[in-house]
Design a protein around this ligand. Structure first.
Ligand SMILES: Nc1ncnc2c1ncn2[C@@H]1O[C@H](COP(=O)(O)OP(=O)(O)OP(=O)(O)O)[C@@H](O)[C@H]1O
Ligand SMILES: [Mg+2]
Length: 240
């Protein structure tokens, strides 16, 4: 899985202000740098970000396939607003859209978004018109907002909402990709390459799991390959 470097717009907080002692600037990591693989998806995001008019992207896929990670990276974009589908009404997403007029609306787990909010997005995504009727009063405005979202499945989503997205279905990792992702993440956590490789192998073959989160759990518990062996055996013994 080859990596491509993509530029990220500078945000105020990324810039170390010049001082007498220090006249350097620290460049932010390129966007999506923390994500292993998916170079084609990263490129699609970049194309969407540089498009004149909004192109909305929905990531659908199994647990631990880096969907939320993509959203977290998008939060680094200037004028972005993040919300969880299940909290969109409580967090006052529509009010926020009216008040702050974000350029990027990021919705994690959009399948849990109440129908009322899903409906609100339909017009925003298609025409840029945001409208709301509350207490018999109607307000509307025009916004240029890209919507990036994730979902585990699409069956709880309105069909017209789905059709407004470029929908990318992430597949389960192959063993090769699983090993590579595991090595990268655990490497960042200070786990040695041989222990990381043993963890990927044990999770995939002994625990029959394809969930990267299982590698992270074991990576935080094990110091040696023997630890990995013992933890995997124990977890298997207590598996449902
Ligand atoms: N390709 C990857 N690159 C880097 N980290 C990854 C990758 N795939 C999975 N991970 C790691 O796995 C964990 C889960 O990732 P994430 O939260 O993005 O999954 P998800 O697809 O949103 O899952 P869910 O459907 O359960 O919400 C995170 O710790 C993340 O860092
Ligand atoms: Mg997620």
């Amino acid at each position: 899985m080859s990596e491509e470097k993509l530029p990220v717009p500078m945000r105020e907080e990324h810039i170390i202000k010049p001082s007498i002692e220090r006249l350097t600037t620290i460049k932010p990591e390129p966007l999506f740098e923390s994500i292993v693989g998916y170079s084609d998806v990263k490129r699609l995001f970049q194309l969407s970000l540089s498009s004149e008019k909004p192109v909305h992207i929905l990531l659908v896929g199994p647990p631990a396939s880096a969907k939320t990670l993509f959203m977290i990276e998008c939060m680094r974009l200037e004028r972005s607003y993040f919300t969880l589908g299940s909290h969109s009404t409580k967090s006052g997403m529509i009010d926020y859209l009216f008040d702050k007029r974000p350029r990027y609306l990021i919705v994690d787990e959009i399948e849990h978004m109440p129908m009322k909010d899903q409906t609100g997005l339909l017009s925003l995504m298609e025409t840029g018109i945001l409208a709301e009727t509350k207490f018999q009063k109607t307000r509307n405005t025009h916004l240029k907002t890209w919507v990036f979202a994730t979902s585990n499945a699409t069956d709880r989503m309105l069909t017209p909402l789905l059709s407004r997205f470029v929908v990318l279905h992430f597949k389960q990792y192959s063993f090769g990709s699983f090993r590579e992702v595991c090595a990268h993440i655990l490497g960042r956590e200070g786990v040695t390459p041989d222990v990381a490789a043993a963890i990927a192998e044990a999770v995939w073959t002994k625990l029959k799991s394809k969930d990267i989160r299982d590698c992270i759990k074991i990576g935080r518990l094990a110091k040696t390959k023997e630890d990995v062996e013992w933890i995997a055996q124990t977890l298997r013994a207590y598996k449902q």
